[in-house]
Design a protein around this ligand. Structure first.
Ligand SMILES: *Cc1c(COP(=O)(O)O)cnc(C)c1O
Length: 414
């Protein structure tokens, strides 16, 4: 890693790391990383002692693109730099990245302690794949309370898995407190940092051992690539992730998706600042609207974990949710009336998206589980894009005129 990969400011590293001329394998002078599509690379000669471990991509040595590819390598360097870690591995999706962590860390008979309020696909992977097929003892806890995590960790616990803030209720957990108590018991801590990106939160600095991303969301930022990554400071874990997951299990990010994500990352700081600015405008508007009974956004003083958000994050992000007055039909009428918000799952792109978790992202959960988690039929989640805030606010206002007024708004209590 170049010195500048660590010492320059975040906004500079988001543009330059991995793509400076010195990092390029070819010498055409491109200021942008070429998309290296080659599956295989010609050798200078036959060195009989050549083994996988001897091949050093950092010295421009490549053999075969599942093992290492220059475009993917450029992205991995940048992701490591932005998360403040020594090693990054890019995978074919966020889901593949999280599976790679589990396959590297967990063995049959181990316990996995996870936040109950996780991305639905991650929860399904933990229970249906690792729990049922691989005999991992999966325990879900309310990780907003570190004591609940502590109580669930036993001698067999290999991994504690967190997401903060969560989806769709924007709950936080205290990464530093949980990392300390997990490390006391010998467990590793992984954090899915998809919702805030390293621009607003860096879990490794808070004590986590592993950070995972769906690069599909804010990191790529343009809703045109599926990808994932894991970042860590731990050299042994990095070797597991690279050797047994990328090379042996084979779920690597393609050169084209690596290029798109490198490109998207250049504007990550600009986008995140605008996502947050717009989200704050809309959160305040919604909190004062008579047809909205609660707003969940950690930037509001009324969010129950506003203090933790201020301490742990350097910004509040671009995702929020709110509770509409009225019933499910009113919620559907509201969503279908919007012009500026596409009705779609996913998040983190430049365009604003809106969805009804009970009918879309969280529909696979049974109604009882949804109720326990606080996901009602009128809870709306949105990913606020980078459009003009006044246009977005005006669109919400016209949509909300179709929804009956609630009792006086109190906002943000769960
Ligand atoms: C989207 C998402 C994932 C899954 O990522 P894919 O790229 O869709 O596989 C995991 N965690 C969170 C928080 C997500 O938002």
């Amino acid at each position: 890693m170049n010195r500048d990969d660590r010492t320059n400011e975040f906004d500079t590293r988001a543009v330059t790391v991995g793509e400076k001329p010195a990092d390029r394998a070819d010498a055409a002078g491109d200021v942008v990383s070429p998309i290296h599509l080659a599956s295989t690379y010609a050798l200078d000669g036959l060195d009989p002692s050549l083994s996988l471990e001897d091949v050093d991509p950092d010295a421009g040595e490549y053999l075969y693109s599942r093992l290492a590819n220059p475009t993917r390598r450029a992205l991995e360097k940048r992701l490591a730099s932005l998360e403040g870690g020594d090693h990054a591995m890019a995978f074919s999706s966020g889901t593949a990245a999280i599976a790679a962590v589990c396959l590297s860390v967990l063995r049959p008979g181990d316990r996995l302690v996870a936040f109950e309020d996780l991305y639905a696909g991650t929860k399904r992977m933990f229970t249906d794949l690792f729990g049922e097929r691989f005999d991992v003892d999966v325990v879900f806890v309310d990780a907003t309370d570190p004591d609940e995590v502590a109580a669930a960790i036993d001698d067999r616990t290999a991994l504690v898995w967190l997401e903060t803030p969560t989806n769709p209720l924007i709950r936080l957990c205290d990464v530093a407190a949980i990392a300390e108590l997990a490390h006391d018991r010998g467990a590793l801590v992984g954090v899915d940092n998809t919702f805030l990106s390293p621009y607003f939160q860096r879990p490794l600095e808070l004590g986590a051992d592993l950070v995972a991303h769906s690069t599909t969301k804010f990191l790529n930022g343009h809703s045109d690539s599926i990808g994932g990554a894991v970042i860590t400071d731990d050299a042994d874990l990095a070797e597991q992730l690279s050797l047994t997951q990328q090379i042996t299990a084979g779920s690597v990010l393609s050169p084209f998706d690596s290029y798109l994500t490198l490109r998207g990352l250049k504007t990550l700081p600009l986008r995140m600042r605008k996502h947050e600015e717009n989200a704050m405008v809309l959160a305040e508007f919604l909190a004062g609207h008579p047809a909205v009974s609660a707003v969940h956004y950690p930037g509001l003083d009324s969010h129950p974990q506003h203090d933790l958000a201020t301490r742990q994050q350097s910004g509040f992000g671009g995702v929020l949710s709110f509770e509409l007055a009225g019933d499910r039909d009113d919620a559907v009428a509201f969503l279908e009336s919007l012009e500026e918000f596409a009705l779609a799952v996913s998040l983190g792109g430049v365009e604003s998206l809106i969805e009804l978790p009970a009918a879309m992202t969280h529909e696979p959960l049974d109604p009882e589980t949804r109720r326990e988690l606080g996901i009602t039929d009128t809870l709306v989640r949105m990913s606020v894009g980078v459009e003009d805030a006044a246009d977005l606010r005006a669109d919400l206002a016209q949509g909300l005129s179709r929804v009956p007024a609630a009792a006086p708004a109190t906002s943000a209590e769960d």
